[in-house]
Design a protein around this ligand. Structure first.
Ligand SMILES: [Zn+2]
Length: 678
């Protein structure tokens, strides 16, 4: 010890001793004679203030003598009045259940265990800058007035479990190098742990803070355990750093919860926590999964801006108040969340799951790039492999609304290429403010300006399971690394379910007067009906023809091609078998026999048009026949008139042409109209 330390008591005259002068020649208790010492102990035994200990370096023997001299009650429990141990050096101390009035241990060094379990401190007690080199035992201790532990240094474990602080508890700047155990402690007045440092586990499980709990800029290197803690006043964690896990499960925040600029470097668990007042996580950052599953918010939820390098879990939260969330994260899970009053979720990057969610009121989910400051603080959010090509990096992706009621859902700049819709309710009411958020179907021929129809991820997955080249073509539309982790183990729906999903989405697009979107979903719906095993065989055949000939009246070129094909076929068939040998009927001649006025007119029997003969090739290469065939075919298929005389097979060809021609013509016109509408 340095003799230069300034002390506010007359210090011992022995060199390097800071003990208070209590004996002749300015000597302290440690340097008294035996007689002087016994006289001092006699005074203490009679109830005098214990001032002789100030600054004294105690040996075990001297401390034992002092404790033996203390007056005690019937149970043999000692009591100390105005005990002043400031800057004293103490070996192992046992004052279990003792009563200490106005005790001062500021700057005291406890070289062994400091045993104050079940002790009662009456009046202010100071342990400011105390140095606990062994374990500090304050379990069940009762502090009836303010307790000062500012800058205290706990080198061993500090046990305050079940302690009761009736006055202010000031542990700011305290340094806990071992475990800090405040389980079940009761802080009846303010609890200040500002800038405290917890090197190992900090236990506040079930602790009760009846007024403000201040952990501003505190550092938790081990787990921070606040399970079932009760904060009646404000819980202030501004700027705190929690380097390991943070457990606030079932905690109750009756006052404002302030986690402003708090850094959670492990995960954070708020499962089942109750926030009765405002919960603020402004600029909070989380380096692991952050779980609010089943938490209760009694005020409007306003979370963020915050960043989570993991999954933010809001599963099972029920809110009658609008929810505002500003979040940059890898994943956002809102399974079974009830957004009864809607709200606005501003998201960057995250894969979002709304499985089984309930969204009856307008809930907007939109892209919101994080502020530069938060971006810089959480640069670990930006993964080098960008999430998707063709989209700006922070585009969030909705991956599931399975079984959710999404009547109020509005999506703005949200990627839906991996979204799974099966079982969703009110899909037709889904509002998309951005076009082009779905997969595009792969095309046989890549043409500029034609990107293929919008396709659901679920259809892509289903098609990938089909054998051979049909499935292979779809294989590159999604890839396994694209499969979001929130969707692990999801069974892709079959074509029948997909048709229902497409139908609802189409209805939504139609209601929104979004014709191109509706057309794509209609195509998907028809495709899925065509492939669905529960569609009747005849209907599947019809759908197949419809698809083949006209692309469900959405592919003008296909319908036109079919029409041309029909025309060509009719021409060829007519040329081969339909036209009689001669283009002009045999001139009618009649002969009159007998004498007028009674005469008989004999008309020659009308000859049936003769079937053409000769080689087939000649019939097709005869310019006259082809010209006649083309004229007749056009008359049959497109126009309604044909004066051409035909053979019997020719008339059947004509009938077939008359039947199919108008249908295909109508389909072509319809397809063109559907194209133009875009
Ligand atoms: Zn001395």
């Amino acid at each position: 010890m340095s003799g230069e330390t300034q002390v506010d008591w007359p210090a011992c005259t022995v060199e390097d001793c800071r003990g208070r002068q209590v004996a002749a020649e300015g000597r302290c208790l440690a340097h008294t004679t035996k007689d002087e010492r016994e006289a001092i102990f006699a005074q203490i035994a009679s109830g005098a203030a214990v001032i002789a200990a100030t600054g004294v370096r105690f040996t075990e023997e001297l401390l034992a003598d002092l404790l033996a001299a203390l007056p005690s009650n019937n149970d043999g429990v000692p009591s100390l009045r105005d005990a002043d141990f400031r800057l004293a050096v103490l070996p192992t101390l046992d004052l279990q259940a003792a009563t200490l009035v106005n005790a001062k241990f500021d700057g005291t060094s406890f070289h062994g265990e400091a045993g104050f379990a079940e002790a009662r401190f009456q009046g202010e007690v100071g342990f400011v800058e105390a140095d606990f080199r062994g374990d500090a035992e304050f379990a069940g201790t009762n502090f009836q007035d303010d307790a000062w532990f500012r800058d205290a240094n706990f080198q061993g474990d500090a046990s305050f479990d079940g302690a009761n602080f009736q006055g202010d508890a000031t542990l700011g700047w305290a340094n806990f190098q071992g475990d800090a155990d405040f389980d079940g402690a009761i802080f009846e007045s303010d609890a200040v742990f500002a800038r405290a440092s917890f090197r190992r586990t900090a236990l506040f499980g079930g602790a009760i803070f009846q007024r403000d709990a201040e952990f501003v800029e505190a550092t938790f290197q081990g787990d921070a355990w606040f399970r079932e803690a009760m904060f009646h006043g404000a819980a202030l964690f501004r700027g705190a750093i929690l380097q390991s896990g943070a457990e606030f499960a079932e905690a109750t925040f009756q006052g404002n919860a302030r986690f402003i600029e708090t850094s959670f470097q492990g995960g954070a668990v708020f499962v089942g926590a109750t926030f009765e007042a405002d919960a603020r996580f402004v600029k909070a950052s989380f380096h692991g999964d952050t779980v609010f599953r089943g938490a209760t918010f009694q005020r409007p939820i306003e979370l963020g801006p915050m960043a989570v390098a993991g999954t933010l879990v809001l599963d099972g939260i029920e809110s009658d108040q609008p929810m505002q969330l500003e979040l940059a994260a890898w994943r956002l899970s809102c399974k079974r969340t009830r957004f009864r009053a809607g709200g606005h979720l501003r998201i960057a990057w995250a894969e979002i799951s709304l499985d089984d969610a309930e969204i009856p009121a307008p809930l907007i989910i939109s892209l919101h790039p994080p502020a530069q400051e938060l971006s810089n603080r959480v640069c670990w959010l930006v993964q080098p492999e960008s999430k998707a090509e063709g989209f700006p990096a922070p585009l969030p992706s909705l991956v599931s609304v399975q079984r959710a009621d999404i009547a109020g859902l509005v999506l703005a700049d949200i990627d839906l290429r991996n979204c799974h819709f099966v079982g969703a309710h009110h899909l037709d009411q889904l509002q998309l403010t951005t076009a082009d958020v779905f997969h595009r179907a792969p095309q046989l021929r890549v043409r500029p300006g034609n990107r293929g129809r919008q396709t659901l991820a679920e259809e892509c997955r289903w098609r990938q399971t089909r054998p051979g080249s049909r499935g292979h073509r779809w294989r590159h539309t999604t890839s396994e690394e694209f499969l979001p982790s929130l969707l692990a183990g999801v069974r892709p729906p079959g074509p029948a379910e997909l048709a229902a999903i497409y139908r609802q989405l189409r209805k939504g697009r139609e209601d929104a007067k979004n014709e191109p979107g509706a057309a794509d979903f209609y195509y998907g719906e028809m495709e899925m009906r065509r492939h669905a095993p529960n569609t009747p065989r005849a209907e599947r055949l019809l759908l197949g023809l419809y698809w083949l000939t006209a692309g469900y009246a959405l592919r003008a070129s296909r319908a036109l091609a079919t029409l041309v094909l029909l025309l060509g076929s009719v021409i060829v068939l007519l040329a081969l078998w339909g036209l009689p040998t001669s283009s002009t009927p045999a001139a009618a001649s009649l002969s009159i026999t007998g004498v007028p006025p009674a005469q008989r007119v004999n008309l020659p029997a009308q000859s049936t048009p003769a079937m053409p003969d000769g080689p087939m090739l000649d019939r097709l290469t005869s310019a006259g026949r082809i010209e006649r065939a083309a004229r007749t075919a056009l008359g049959v298929v497109v126009f309604r008139d044909t004066g051409q005389q035909l053979t019997t097979p020719g008339r059947y060809i004509e009938m077939a042409g008359r039947l199919l021609g108008p249908v295909l013509l109508a389909l072509t016109l319809l397809s063109i109209r559907n194209r133009v509408k875009r």
